[in-house]
Ligand binder design. Structure first.
Ligand code: NAX
Length: 323
C-alpha cells in the first residue's frame, strides 16, 4: 500500500467542491492505488454545510480515503499538502466592478499563498480554479516566496475541453479524433482557442472548417460557453469544472499523451511578458509542465495572443500592490 497523499481543497462546500471531492476520494485524480487524505478549507459561515459534505464522504466508505480534515484555518488545511486545489473565491456581487473583484480575491490569495509557503509540502503542486484564475495564481505564487513558480498553475482545461467538443461537433467526429488544439491566455472572454495547429484525425482542422466559422462562431462560442451554461442552468458550470480540475491534476502528476492547455508562468515564450500566468499549449512529464514552443503562429494568432496578454497585464497592474 502506498503512503497516503494529502490533497487540500478550498471552497470545499461550494458547488465545484461537491462535484469534485467524491471523485478524488474514489481515485480518479491520482489513481486507484493511491490512498488520499482530504484537507478541506471553508470560511466559518460555510462550516455547517461542509460538515454535511464530510458526512456524505464518510457514508461512501471509500477504500482509498484515509482521513478527512475540515477546517476554516488555512494553516491546518495546507499542512503537509502534496496537492492543493484553490477553488474557493469571492464571487462577483451586484454592482461589483472587475477591480473590486480582483481586490477582494487578491486578499484571499495573498493569505493562502503565504499559508501554502509556510505549511504545505515543499514539493506541493497548486492549481488555481477560483476566478480570476490566472491573476489569483500570480498572487498566490508571488506570496509563496520559498516555492518555485512552476509549482503553480491555473485552470484552462475546461476551456480546452469545450473547444475540443465544439470542433468535434462541427466536423462530425468523436472528441478523441481532435488533437493539438490549444487555448491561450486568460481564462476570460479574451481567451484564444486556436485551431491553426489543430488536427482532426490527421487532417489540419482549418482544411475542414471555414475561417469565418472559426473566427465568428467557434472562438466566441468557447469564450462565452460559461455564460451560456449560466443562462441554461441558472448557475455556473460545476461538474465540468470539477472534471477539468481533476484532469489537470492527473495529467500534471501522471503525465500527458497529447498537448493540452494550462495556465503557467511565462518565461517569455512566444514573446509573452515574463512572469504573468498565461495559458499555453503544454505537455506534462515527471510532474513538470512543459510549454510546447514549437508552434507556428500567423498574424491572426499573434493579434489574439496580444489581446488576451493585454488584459492580463491590466489585471496585474490592478493588484500590483499585492505582489
Ligand atoms: P461556489 O460559490 O458554489 O463555492 C465557492 C465556495 O468557496 C463557497 O462555499 C465559499 O464559502 C468558499 N470560499 C469563499 N472564500 C473562501 C476562502 N477565503 N477560503 C475558503 N473557501 C472560501 O462557487 P463554485 O461554483 O464552486 O466556483 C468556485 C470558483 O471557481 C469561482 O471563483 C468560479 O468563478 C470559478 N470557476 C473557474 C473556472 C475555471 O475554468 N477556471 C470554471 C468554473 C468556475 O466558474
Amino acid at each position: 500500500m502506498k503512503e497516503p497523499l494529502r490533497i487540500t481543497v478550498t471552497g470545499a462546500a461550494g458547488q465545484i467542491g461537491y462535484a469534485m471531492l467524491f471523485r478524488i476520494a474514489s481515485g480518479e485524480m491520482l489513481g486507484v492505488d493511491q490512498p488520499v487524505t482530504l484537507q478541506l478549507l471553508e470560511i466559518p459561515q460555510a462550516m455547517n454545510a461542509l460538515d454535511g459534505v464530510v458526512m456524505e464522504l464518510q457514508d461512501c466508505a471509500f477504500p482509498l480515503l484515509q482521513r478527512v480534515v475540515s477546517t476554516s484555518r488555512p494553516e491546518e488545511a495546507f499542512s503537509g499538502a502534496d496537492f492543493v486545489l484553490l477553488v474557493g473565491a469571492r464571487p462577483r456581487g451586484p454592482g461589483m466592478e472587475r477591480k473590486d473583484l480582483l481586490e477582494a480575491n487578491g486578499a484571499i490569495f495573498t493569505g493562502q499563498g503565504k499559508a501554502i509557503n509556510d505549511h504545505a509540502s515543499k514539493n506541493v503542486r497548486v492549481l488555481v480554479v477560483g476566478n480570476p484564475a490566472n491573476t489569483n495564481c500570480l498572487i498566490t505564487l508571488q506570496n509563496a516566496r520559498d516555492l518555485q513558480p512552476e509549482q503553480f498553475s491555473s485552470m484552462t482545461i475546461l476551456d480546452h475541453n469545450r473547444a475540443v467538443a465544439q470542433l468535434a461537433g462541427k466536423t462530425g467526429v468523436h472528441v478523441d479524433a481532435v488533437h493539438d488544439l490549444a487555448v491561450w491566455g486568460n481564462h476570460s472572454s479574451t481567451m484564444f482557442p486556436e485551431l491553426l495547429s489543430a488536427k482532426v484525425g490527421s487532417t489540419p482542422a482549418l482544411e475542414l472548417v471555414d475561417f469565418e466559422w472559426y473566427r465568428d462562431k467557434f472562438i466566441p462560442a468557447v469564450q462565452q460557453r460559461g455564460a451560456e451554461i449560466i443562462r441554461a442552468r441558472g448557475s455556473s458550470s460545476a461538474a465540468s469544472a470539477a472534471n477539468a480540475a481533476i484532469q489537470h491534476m492527473r495529467l500534471w502528476s501522471l503525465g500527458t499523451t497529447t498537448v493540452t492547455s494550462m495556465g503557467t508562468v511565462s518565461c517569455g515564450e512566444y514573446d509573452i511578458t515574463e512572469g504573468i500566468v498565461y495559458s499555453f499549449p503544454v505537455t506534462c512529464r515527471a510532474g513538470k509542465i512543459d510549454i510546447d514552443t514549437s508552434r507556428k503562429l500567423d498574424d491572426f494568432c499573434v493579434e489574439r495572443l496580444r489581446l488576451t496578454e493585454k488584459e492580463l497585464l491590466e489585471e496585474r497592474d490592478a493588484i500590483k500592490h499585492l505582489l
